[in-house]
Design a protein around this ligand. Sequence first.
Ligand SMILES: [Zn+2]
Length: 240
Amino acid sequence: MPLFGKTRKGRDQVQPALVEEVNSSEFSAKLSYAGKCSESVRLKAGAKLNERLGNMLFGYVQGESELVEPLPVELGGATPSIVRMPGGAQWIKYHHGRSPVTRHALPVLEIVAAVAPVFETLVLGMLDGQVDTAGYPDFNAIVGGVATHWDEITGDIIVRAVVGWGGRGARGDTDRNAARILGGLFNNVAGDSHAIGTVVVERPQPAVGPGGITCGHCGFNSGHERAFYCPKCGMRMLRA
Ligand SMILES: [Zn+2]
C-alpha cells in the first residue's frame, strides 16, 4: 500500500464529528429610501429660467443648490448602482464633480423613481438635517428641490417640488418634516411670476426600441406620438 494512503487513513481516525450547526456571527443592513413629489405647475418659459428654478428653493435650501441637467443621450443607461455596468460607470462619469449633497440626493431620488434623469432638469440642495464631516447628508436629512421638463404638447415648462431621504434607518418625524418642506417648495413653484396653474400631464416616455420621434437638437427619442416639443430640451421635435 502506498505511504500516502496510509497517512490519510490515520488522519481520518482523529477527525472530530461533523457539527450540525456552526457558531456564526450575523450581519445585516436595513436600507430604506423615500421621496415625495408635489403636483406639477405649468409655467411659461421666459428669461433666466435656471435662475428662477433656483429661486424656488428659497427659504428651504441650506447652503448652495445645484442644477443637474438631464443625462446626455449616450449616457441614457446611467444608474447609481456600482454593480450594474456600464451604467454605474456612466453615472459616476457624469456626476463625479458634483457636491456631496447632490451625489447623495440623486441616488435617493432615482432609487425611489421620484425623478427621471433621462429628460428632467433638477435643482437640488440640502433641505433639513445634518451633514457629516465629509459633507454627506445624514440618513435622516431631507434633500431635494424641483424637477422640471418641457411639456411635449405646448412647450411650456412643467415643474414640481420633490424631496427625498433615507439610508440606514429613519426617524419618526422625517416624513412629516418632508411633507412640510414639500408644501413650502410647491408654494414657491406656484408663486413664480410665469406660473399658470397646476396641471396633470402624462409623463414623457423615452422610446424603447426603434420608432418614436427624435429630437434633432439633443437626440432624445420620445415614445409618445403626441410629442411636438422635446421634454428634455424644449425644442420642436422632428416629424417624418
Ligand atoms: Zn431635445
